[in-house]
Design a binder for this molecule. Structure first.
Ligand code: FAD
Length: 380
């Protein structure tokens, strides 16, 4: 019997992280893949993303690891700090998960790697194609059109997201080549700031990523391309450690976006159309799993389709495997949003608890996320 996917005619809508990874996985398994992307070029936009071992397993299985590692920076630990810079706790991945690797990478560099690999696998990437309805003439349509998916409403109707009361800035600054391989989270009442080194840009220059979140009642639009004012960002974090001030002094462009909670989609597929990545389950950034879930989805979708000639059954299986996991991750990110911003006595108690765990049971700080990082999409 021929391979289940051979000569299947597949449209992938969106050349983001989910769409391009799916294009690679599907084309490698024999599908004829056309990627339809709205943008007129795959540009150097966006900022840093974190990639944990659960997604690294899929990248390895797709033979992308060497190219990925050449563009990424290693992440050995996360340090939680008070706004003064004093350490509250440390998640030491290098010590407690020695067999796994965590990385930081600029989204544009990951997209670039994936686009090259998709084309090498035979996928046809067409730019300037804004899709408003499932395109005709394909056996399967994979909707990987992101946060504001045009195809999600085809299966789920119109949904109204909920503003969390939080606004985020993101910025990339030049960095020294000797930055420690770690993320630092500075936690203040009603606000926090995360920073980590990124791998080198295309010209080999080192970069550092900054994401800063504050609670405020007025809101900004959701989206990746709204410009914020660096002076507002500096003012909002003026009371933070001097190191934070040094970083923020170097910001000359900052993106700003309102953080909205979205439900995980109820209906992911109808036998011909299937949602993956942010189109199915946009998440708040507080577990750093947006791109990671997109990569997991892409692998599992291709594996389900490859294992079953019955496309409708394969898509139903894909949803049943992925929906519970993505729901759990999205809920964990919702919960984390509150933890970083505590005020007054609740803050003192939480920080004392973290300091205690850090001292007496440091591994437990990471073990509570075992369910997240132990997942192997190539084995489900
Ligand atoms: C420009 C940009 C910058 C980002 N920057 C960051 C960042 O700094 N940090 C971070 O954590 N996450 C960022 N993200 C989001 C992150 O990439 C995703 O949360 C995650 O990788 C899930 O990927 P996805 O492929 O589902 O969605 P995305 O990566 O958002 O990709 C969706 C793709 O679909 C395309 N598209 C959308 N609508 C249509 C349509 N109607 N027809 C055709 N194509 C369409 C988009 O142009 C995009 O290329 C960014 C996303 C974008 C688009």
């Amino acid at each position: 019997m021929p391979n289940a996917l051979s000569a299947r005619n597949v449209a992938v809508v969106g050349a983001g992280i989910a769409g391009l990874t799916a294009a690679i996985a599907l084309a490698r398994r024999g599908a004829r893949v056309t990627v339809l992307e709205r943008a007129d070029a795959l540009r150097e936009v966006g900022a840093g993303i974190q990639v944990s071992p659960n997604a690294v397993r899929a990248l390895r299985a797709l033979d992308l690891l060497p190219g990925f590692q050449a563009r990424a920076a290693l992440s050995e630990q996360v340090i939680l700090r008070d706004l003064s810079g004093a350490q509250v706790a440390r998640l030491d991945f290098a010590r407690h998960r020695p067999n796994d690797s965590f990385y930081f990478i600029h989204r544009a560099r990951l997209q670039d790697l994936l686009a090259g690999a998709a084309q090498a696998a035979g996928a046809d990437i067409r730019l300037n194609r804004e899709i408003a309805a499932p395109p005709e003439g394909f056996d399967l349509v994979v909707a990987a059109d992101g946060l504001k998916s045009a195809l999600r409403p085809v299966l789920n109707g119109t949904e109204v997201p909920f503003f969390t009361g939080q606004t985020a800035w993101r910025a990339v600054i030049a960095d020294t080549g000797d930055a420690a391989p770690q993320a630092e989270v500075f936690m203040g009442p009603g606000r926090h700031l995360v920073s980590y080194p990124l791998g080198p840009d295309r010209l080999g220059r080192n970069q550092r990523n900054i994401v800063a979140v504050i609670e405020r009642p007025d809101w900004h639009e959701e989206g990746w391309s709204h410009a914020g004012d660096p002076a507002d960002l500096r003012a909002a974090f003026a009371r933070f450690a001097p190191r934070v001030g040094d970083w923020l002094a170097r910001v000359d462009q900052a993106g700003i976006w309102g953080l909205f909670r979205h439900p995980v989609a109820t209906h992911w597929q109808d036998g011909r159309l299937v949602l993956i990545g942010d189109a199915a389950h946009p998440t708040l950034p507080f577990m750093a799993q947006g791109a990671v879930m997109a990569i997991e989805d892409a692998w599992v979708l291709a594996a389900c389709l490859d294992a079953d000639h019955d496309q409708a059954a394969a898509l139903a299986r894909f949803q049943s495997l992925r929906q519970p996991r993505c729901t759990r991750i999205v809920e964990a990110a919702n919960k984390n949003a509150r933890n970083y911003h505590l005020r007054g006595p609740a803050r003192a108690v939480a920080h004392a608890g973290l300091r205690g765990l850090n001292r007496f049971a440091p591994a437990s700080l990471i073990e509570r996320f075992g369910w997240l990082y132990d997942y192997d999409p190539t084995q489900v």
